[in-house]
Design a protein around this ligand. Structure first.
Ligand SMILES: Cc1cc2nc3c(=O)[nH]c(=O)nc-3n(C[C@H](O)[C@H](O)[C@H](O)COP(=O)(O)OP(=O)(O)OC[C@H]3O[C@@H](n4cnc5c(N)ncnc54)[C@H](O)[C@@H]3O)c2cc1C
Length: 713
């Protein structure tokens, strides 16, 4: 069958084998619990692979051990049990704040003290994933309040700030990251909050010039945080030196009263994530000590002048914002969690639910419908592909950070290439993964019909909580522009890029060395089998990326020739070209990382993983049919027709494995928390419980007298 038997020949990409990355104590198949008997039993028997083995393949086994321990801890504590009714947002905030305290007091939190940077990063990823699957509000609160704060202070601060890192890990303070202002979000360069240096008192005076400059949307700021990591324009004398980052005390940790000189409050109800207290703040000439400037990139000299490693404020801003990469990787990980959970719910439900009958005797399983397969299986494939990507990319990121911390004159060029490549990958993949999840959750909700809309199905909560991921930590449309800029530059720098280095994060781009010959590639397949192959995906993406780069460059150049300035010329190539380029690059990156992970998988798992790989690739390729025809890679109906047929064929091939594939990344029931997706498949029993647990059955409402017919007497 096409390329599925040839998976041994999947390309192994050198950059993906990161040596020296730490591992935790591994777990084995014995640790994976059996699933309960029930209506899904027959579906599970159809699988062509061992789902427990797959579980250890999709999860880093050593993380799985950490996650299982955290899940069991959460289940044992009633504070983490879900509420059957919709809580007021104030109550959600209270409970989430208490949950955060409980986690910070637990042994899981202490486990990270005193360990190396990359071990800490990987441990935090496991903790984040475990917590996020239960409560996105809680994981975001933790990420902003503790991990992102400490990573930023470590990367942008110096020795003088180490006490803040210690305090946040010792549960003495809780932070927020305050970048966005009312009038400027994506355009960080134009932020208006100022930090003016006063040499007489050796203090910075933080000021909000008007309401449009109030910081807003800041998670943890509304009610709880004690400190803010504040992005403000640094002013010395009359000169502004651009955006810098400051640690700013907000509340007394003992009384929780805000300090005088600031106006801080909660923004009120949101469409989701109401466990987080997103807040606004205005500073009224509020003073902080000089040492609270994170001074790795720029500082005030003893004589009161500003000095910096960088000539250009834009570079300082770049360095400051680059530390947000860790946050964006966290978002990608959370997106994959939500995508996985939504897919598990919809696939298990579809495995139980039957509608209509072909023979008037047996009703047809939803999973047997071609439409249901085509709607859900590409998202199942995306969940596998993107999970594999995040898992490997975290290691690359950790390696890049470690390498850059030890940079010297000999390695500085490679370090800067690696950091740029990591940044470009993070920007486009954050967009791709969050959008995939957004689309998947909606499709899964609809695939579960009306029951999918019940709160107890959980899909509505997943949708509302995931929604802002496409906007925060960089609006997707804006982030994609950073990747396309890098790609256009990378083509010119190809002779200089160190593709051969085992650590270069985008080594698959080596094909850019053959730019012109890639452009002459033509689609030549005559049968479905010829597109069910990994080499077809590789070739198609090589052509696609080269053509989009060429076309975007040409359009930019002709726009400039026509007299447009650089700003407008860049804006006018986004739709259909630069943005498509970034997304295509993201898809290709995910496919490559997934391919590399298939190479490392147990032999018995490779055929089914290869099907998922091909399905994900073909689904992505179909989104670019316009470009393939416009650029002359294909003509006539073959490309469109063969890829469509191939997608349907792989969907059918995956049919027997669907439930087992969902089982392999499903969290335990307590964490999954969906009456449609519990492992026993007893959908109707759990629905009945959900319908009847509210009380008041066969009773009249307490407000009955307001609506009852008035007595005729
Ligand atoms: C739930 C939630 C939590 C948040 N938490 C925090 C937090 O903890 N700290 C914090 O500082 N901020 C936080 N934010 C704010 C968030 O980071 C910003 O909303 C985000 O950066 C986008 O900025 P904006 O809202 O000002 O949108 P804008 O920048 O005004 O963008 C509006 C629209 O215009 C588009 N656009 C903007 N510029 C361009 C361009 N050049 N080309 C094409 N299109 C463009 C964008 O894609 C977007 O669709 C949070 C937001 C939400 C919703």
């Amino acid at each position: 069958m096409g390329g599925f038997d040839e998976v041994e020949s999947y390309p192994v990409l050198p950059s993906k084998n990161v040596e020296g990355v730490c591992k935790f104590e591994a777990c084995d198949v014995g640790m994976v619990m059996d699933l309960p008997e029930g209506p899904l039993g027959e579906e599970r028997k159809k699988a062509t692979f061992d789902w427990k083995l797959m579980r250890l393949n999709v999860e880093e086994p050593s993380y799985l051990r950490v996650k299982l321990a955290i899940w069991s801890f959460l289940e044992s504590d009633p504070l983490f049990h879900s509420q059957p009714t919709v809580l007021s947002s104030e109550e959600e905030k209270r409970i989430t704040a208490k949950q955060l305290m409980r986690i910070r007091e637990s042994k899981f939190f202490n486990d990270v003290n005193g360990v190396s940077y990359d071990k800490k990063l990987l441990y935090l990823m496991a903790l984040n994933e475990a917590v996020n699957t239960l409560s996105p509000s809680l994981s975001v609160k933790f990420a902003l309040g503790v991990s992102l704060f400490s990573i930023c202070v470590q990367n942008l601060g110096t020795e003088r700030h180490s006490s803040f890192i210690k305090d946040v890990w010792q549960n003495k303070i809780l932070a927020c990251v305050a970048v966005t202002e009312v009038a400027h979000g994506s355009d960080t360069k134009s932020l208006q909050t100022t930090a003016t240096y006063d040499h007489n008192t050796k203090e910075f005076i933080i000021n909000t010039p008007c309401f449009k400059a109030a910081k807003c949307w800041v998670g943890n700021l509304g009610k709880q945080c004690t400190h803010a990591l504040l992005f403000a324009q640094l002013v010395v004398g009359k000169q502004c030196h651009g955006l810098h980052v400051f640690i700013v005390p907000i509340r007394d940790p003992y009384t929780m009263h805000p300090y005088p000189g600031i106006i801080v409050g909660d923004m009120g109800d949101k469409a989701g994530l109401n466990g987080i207290d997103n807040g606004f703040i205005m500073f009224r000439k509020y003073r902080i000590p000089k040492d609270y400037l994170l001074n790795r990139t720029g500082d005030i000299t003893p004589s009161g002048e500003y000095e910096s490693l960088f000539q250009n404020p834009q570079q300082i801003l770049g360095a400051a914002l680059e530390t947000l990469s860790a946050g964006r990787i966290g978002i990608m990980q959370e997106s994959v969690c939500s995508l996985s959970v939504a897919t598990v719910i919809a696939i298990r439900y579809s495995g139980v639910r039957t509608q209509f009958s072909n023979d008037n005797k047996t009703e047809t399983s939803l999973l047997d419908y071609q439409l249901q397969q085509w709607r859900l299986f590409p998202f199942l494939a995306a969940a596998y592909a993107q999970r594999a990507f995040v898992r490997k990319f975290v290691l690359i990121y950790a390696d890049t950070v470690r390498f850059s911390m030890n940079a010297n004159e000999d390695t500085i060029k490679t370090v800067s290439q690696m950091v740029s490549a990591v940044h470009a990958i993070v920007c486009c993949c954050k967009a791709l993964l969050t959008w995939t999840c957004r689309d998947a959750v909606q499709e899964c909700r609809e695939a579960c019909g009306g029951h999918g809309y019940h709160k107890a199905a959980r899909l509505g909560d997943i949708r509302a909580n995931h929604d802002p991921c496409v906007t925060y930590e960089g609006a997707n449309h804006v982030l994609l522009q950073q990747t396309s800029r890098w790609l256009l530059r990378a083509v010119d720098e190809v002779p200089d890029l160190d593709f051969d280095s085992a650590r270069f994060p985008a080594s698959e781009l080596e094909f850019l060395r053959n730019f012109e010959s890639n452009l002459s590639l033509k689609f030549s397949a005559n049968s479905v089998n010829e597109v069910l192959r990994v080499d077809f995906l590789i070739e198609a993406y090589q052509w696609l990326l080269c053509w989009l780069i060429k076309e975007t460059k040409q359009r930019l150049a002709s726009s400039l020739d026509d007299g447009e300035n650089a700003f407008m010329a860049k804006n006018n190539v986004q739709v259909f070209y630069a943005q498509t380029l970034s997304l295509a690059f993201a898809e290709n990156t995910v496919l490559n990382y997934f391919a590399a992970s298939i190479q490392e998988a147990d032999l018995s798992l490779r055929p089914v993983l290869a099907k998922l790989h091909i399905l994900y690739g073909l689904t992505c390729i179909q989104k670019h049919l316009r470009v393939f025809y416009e650029g002359g890679y294909a003509s006539g109906p073959s490309l469109s027709k063969l890829t469509s047929e191939a997608i349907l064929e792989v969907c059918q091939l995956l049919r027997p494995d669907a439930v087992a594939l969902a089982d392999a990344f499903a969290p335990p029931d307590f964490i999954l928390n969906s009456v449609l997706g519990f492992a026993d498949g007893e959908v109707y029993k759990h629905l009945e419980e959900a319908y009847t647990q509210h009380g008041g059955i066969a009773e009249r409402p307490v407000w009955w007298s307001e609506i009852a017919m008035k007595s005729k007497l």
